[in-house]
Design a protein around this ligand. Structure first.
Ligand SMILES: C[S@@+](CC[C@H](N)C(=O)[O-])C[C@H]1O[C@@H](n2cnc3c(N)ncnc32)[C@H](O)[C@@H]1O
Length: 162
């Protein structure tokens, strides 16, 4: 499991938890997460419907159907379906361009509980976009502390009393 998910798992302990991965592709990462974090229920958001059969094929072979929900739609549209402070971890690994990352961060942040983990992949992989620029600006504006481990970035949501 990638570092940001391990981090969130450590914070949650053995209690039931709920997470979202935005950008799923064939479901490789989702499969590992579900295997290594048994107490987690996972929402998966993928815009490209062509991936859906392969995602279901991979996950259904190993996991009970109630452990995950696949949403085939645009990230920001799916975010609107969830209430405030719903998730223990929000993990963004979809469109890595600066404006797209900022759009995703703005849409999903309110759905993360205080003390939950905001995270994503490919923090400093300039060849694939500019995640770093968008993440750095968002975390600075929200006064959140950044951790980078391997390709993952993460930050714990803090209540600044705003
Ligand atoms: C890097 S891949 C995801 C890989 C996956 N997280 C893994 O590690 O196995 C990025 C995915 O994000 C999807 N994507 C791009 N823009 C999106 C959007 N606006 N909403 C939802 N998914 C999006 C793409 O279709 C692609 O499958």
């Amino acid at each position: 499991m990638r570092p940001a998910w391990h981090f969130a798992q450590r914070l949650c302990g053995r209690r039931a938890a709920v997470g979202v991965e935005v950008g799923v592709a064939e479901g490789f990462n989702a499969n590992v997460i579900l295997q290594e974090w048994p107490e987690l229920t996972l929402h998966l958001v993928e815009i490209d419907a062509r991936y859906a059969p392969r995602i279901h094929e991979r996950l259904a072979a190993w996991h009970a159907p109630e452990r995950y929900t696949l949403h085939i739609d645009d990230s920001v549209d799916v975010a609107r379906e969830f209430p405030d402070e719903f998730f223990d971890i929000v993990y963004l690994d979809d469109d890595h361009r600066d404006a797209a990352v900022t759009r995703g961060l703005r849409a999903w942040y309110r759905t993360l509980r205080i003390g939950g983990v905001l995270a994503g992949h490919d923090y400093d992989l300039a060849v694939e976009g500019d995640v770093k620029t968008a993440v750095d600006a968002f975390l600075a504006a929200e006064q959140l502390a950044l951790t980078v481990e391997q390709w993952d970035w993460s930050a714990v949501r803090v209540d600044h009393g705003r």
